[in-house]
Write a protein that binds this ligand. Structure first.
Ligand SMILES: [Zn+2]
Length: 170
């Protein structure tokens, strides 16, 4: 279920159907296409969806999905859902990452310019967008649907170009 994402596109909006790890349910959210288009300049639009589980099971002691949480939905330039991260509250805390996770972080502000000048490819550009400190290398691979071996190479390349740094979660 982890990678369940379906996007239904309409004229003015899209409906993103996605798996929320916390609710353990498939949820849907409508997102205005104009909003996506406006914020897409960096390759991916991140839609933040703050919610509680509409189907919360109060009988289940393991179910904490009545606590408000955020699903961060990554949408690409085809207006398709690429990946989702869910976490309690409104900010992803470092606790969401496992110890020893390697987290790539952009060192400098990456503008459209680096793409236009051919300093990075579109794929690398999309990956850079995900290196916001909220995603481990594994998360980036999952969202971009890239194999682990492949992502390692790309990350290494971006590091050599001095565009990112990699920190390890202690
Ligand atoms: Zn949820």
């Amino acid at each position: 279920m982890k990678n369940f994402n379906i996007t239904k596109k309409y004229f003015k909006e899209i409906y993103a159907f996605f798996w929320c790890e916390i609710c353990q349910e498939i949820l849907s959210v409508s997102i205005d296409r104009n909003t996506i288009e406006e914020k897409l300049d960096t390759g991916l639009y991140m839609h933040s969806y703050y919610h509680t589980n509409p189907l919360y099971d109060s009988e289940d002691p393991e179910d904490h999905s009545n606590n408000p949480h955020t699903s961060l939905i990554y949408i690409d330039n085809n207006h398709e859902v690429r990946g989702v991260r869910s976490f309690f509250g409104t900010e992803m805390s470092s606790d969401e990452m496992k110890k020893g996770s390697r987290i790539p972080i952009v060192i400098k502000e990456i503008s459209m310019m680096v793409l236009q000048l051919g300093m990075v490819s579109q794929e690398e550009f999309n990956i850079l967008k995900l290196c916001d400190g909220n995603n481990s290398i594994e998360n980036v691979a999952e969202i971009e649907k890239i194999k682990q071996t492949e992502i390692e190479k790309i990350i290494l390349k971006l590091r050599k170009k001095r565009l990112i740094n990699i920190i390890t979660r202690a």
